[in-house]
Design a protein around this ligand. Structure first.
Ligand code: GAL
Length: 415
């Protein structure tokens, strides 16, 4: 009986629609924490409603370092997944090599040009073609603080570094770890890039976007490095190497008073039942309130087999649907990529992020660590250098500045 049914199904499945349905999509991404998982499940469930199966290919790795490596090796082995999280500058490099499907037809049908925020539209486009479905925008220069601890010690969210030092020393004296932090390279450099931004937006852009050699010799880079090193005294000793969600848990458990992390950490706090407006505050990293240091999460469709295209296009269309955008970002901690999102569904942190991001292109600053400012090679080299400096107090500021300058020079774009 079962056999007969199978044969019947096989016969029926000769029809193209059934073949497409049966395939499903392998999706390679790095979203592994509880809130990330919940956000992924949301997309997978809605895709399933459209009869497309999401074959999950998570490669756990904060900020996607491991996922990027696995993706590259799978491409080389001609075993590419149909969908992959390819964020930032790499997206265009991959498109240039002909490795990504263009999503022009879906975008035209869905009027993406009318829906998308201009900065997002620009990020997914190359030579007039569209190469990714944008999932959400994160704000990296976010300072989270524990409201209860702050109230107990009569502290307010620090607006500048002097206020931060004050809050940190009060918390420290009370036996609380002032700043939850991990020594993972990308987490150290995420903190560092926000410190650099506090030295001035033009300076940040000169360093990480233009890679102007002269900026690497600037005393402001020295000051930022020194601040990074001095902040170690406010962290657990030795600074633990742990995932970002473990770092977030320390804040959630009230063992630490503050944390600098992209607003994906908000997703992790809320998934634990903690309310943004009651338990936690979200402020800007001191000295960076006027800027939105951003990254955009995007899923690209890989040019694998043509037979996958209908399902790939369905996923792209789904991701851009306003209902998914609004619901997903609530879970993930991001903001939608849309010009008219449902502001009423946003918490105060998301609303502030959205308002600032859309206020002017001048406030939008692309994150280095999260791949928006420069290519992977330069990013990886800078992250490694900053990490070494952070771990080893014996390395001088001047040497690190010189080495970072050499990276900028070696990879061109010097002005
Ligand atoms: C970022 C990504 C976020 C979040 C974070 C931690 O690069 O854009 O969505 O996943 O890494 O892994």
């Amino acid at each position: 009986m079962v056999h007969t049914l199978r044969s019947l199904l096989a016969l029926l499945c000769l029809a193209a629609s059934c073949a497409a349905q049966a395939q499903g999509l392998q999706v390679l991404h790095w979203w592994k924490s509880a809130s990330e998982r919940k956000a992924v499940d949301l997309i997978a469930a809605r895709l399933n409603d459209e009869n497309v199966i999401w074959h999950d290919g998570v490669i756990p790795s904060g900020s996607g370092v491991g996922a990027g490596i696995v993706l590259r090796s799978r491409m080389l082995a001609k075993d590419a997944p149909e969908v992959a999280q390819v964020n930032g500058v790499a997206l265009r490099d991959w498109a240039r090599l002909g490795l990504l499907l263009d999503l022009d037809a879906v975008a035209a049908a869905g009027k993406w040009d009318k829906l998308l925020l201009p900065a997002v539209a620009a990020a997914i486009e190359l030579d007039g073609h569209i190469y990714a479905a944008p999932v959400g925008i994160h704000r990296v220069n976010t300072l989270f603080y524990n409201r209860k601890l702050f109230a107990e010690h009569r502290l307010s969210p620090p607006l500048n570094w002097a206020e931060f030092e004050h809050a940190a020393s009060v918390l420290h004296k009370a036996g609380i770890v002032p700043l939850a932090q991990s020594s993972e390279p990308w987490q150290v450099t995420t903190l560092f890039e926000t410190i650099v931004l506090s030295e001035g937006v033009d300076f940040y852009r000169a360093l990480f976007q233009r890679r102007a050699a002269i900026a690497y010799a600037d005393p402001r880079l020295g000051a930022a490095l020194l601040r990074l090193r001095q902040m170690k005294k406010w962290m657990n000793q030795p600074v633990p190497e742990r995932t970002w969600d473990a770092t977030t848990r320390q804040l959630a458990d009230g063992e630490a008073g503050m944390m600098v992390m992209g607003d994906w950490a908000k997703g992790e706090l809320t998934v634990r039942g903690l309310s943004m407006d009651e338990a936690f505050g979200c402020a800007a990293v001191p000295g960076t309130a006027a800027y939105h240091l951003y990254n955009i999460d995007t899923l690209s469709m890989l040019a694998t087999r043509e037979s996958h295209r209908p399902e790939q296009e369905k996923l792209a269309a789904l991701i851009m649907s306003p209902s998914l955008q609004n619901d997903f970002s609530q879970v993930k901690g991001s903001i939608p990529v849309l010009r008219s999102p449902q502001l009423s569904k946003m918490d105060s942190c998301a609303r502030a992020s959205y308002k600032l991001f859309t206020s002017s292109p001048a406030v939008q600053v692309p994150s280095l660590v999260h791949r928006m400012a420069t290519d992977e090679i330069v990013r990886d080299a800078i992250v490694a250098e900053v990490h070494r400096f952070f771990l080893d107090d014996g390395i001088s500021v001047a040497d690190t500045q010189r080495r970072l300058g050499n990276i900028a020079r070696s990879f061109g774009k010097t002005k």
